[in-house]
Design a protein around this ligand. Structure first.
Ligand code: 4NP
Length: 167
């Protein structure tokens, strides 16, 4: 059995955006029968919420849409993540900059891509998943739409993203 392809998704607090994306992408991988070939984890560049479950608003947005948000435990992104993952996806440009600051080499820095690079509705001017933490419920609904769309595209482009992974 070959090692799984490892995707790390990163936001600021690891209680809203990146865990929502992790849960949705895991759901899509399971439905595609690829959950034993591709592993998804998430982390935050900030450590305020380490050990906590998902934000209640993120969790209820997921639960209302039929996903299981209960297994999440927040953790921090560290330099080790560069060596331990095949693809690192940041939720916004600030997260990407914070991750780049921790990169041990230029090559490692090149591992970091924007999550919405895979969103068919993104553009150069609109390539971030906005932080819903300070806003209302509609921000969480918007994040869910973006991550569902993007997760679907990641699954269909998996042969290009992770060439070793076959259905
Ligand atoms: P996330 O949202 O990065 O999508 O998990 C946030 C969660 C917590 C904070 C900021 C953003 N905070 O400042 O504690």
């Amino acid at each position: 059995m070959t090692d799984p392809f490892r995707i790390g998704i990163v936001c600021l607090g690891n209680i809203c955006r990146s865990p929502m994306a992790q849960v949705v992408l895991e759901d899509r991988l399971e439905k595609a029968g690829l959950d034993d070939r591709v592993e998804v984890v998430s982390a935050g560049t900030g450590s305020w919420h380490v050990g906590e479950p998902m934000d209640e608003r993120a969790a209820s947005t997921l639960a209302d849409a039929g996903y299981d948000p209960t297994r999440h435990v927040a953790q921090t992104f560290t330099t080790d993540w560069f060596g331990d993952h095949d693809l690192l996806l940041s939720m916004d440009a600030s997260n990407r900059a914070d991750m780049s600051d921790l990169a041990p080499t230029d090559e490692a820095r090149g591992q970091v891509r924007m999550f919405r690079e895979f969103d068919p509705e993104a553009s150069d001017a609109d390539d971030e998943v906005p932080d819903p933490w300070y806003g209302g419920d509609e921000g969480f609904a918007e994040v869910l739409e973006m991550v569902e769309r993007t997760a679907d595209e990641i699954i269909s482009r998996l042969p290009e993203i992770a060439p070793g992974v076959k259905r």
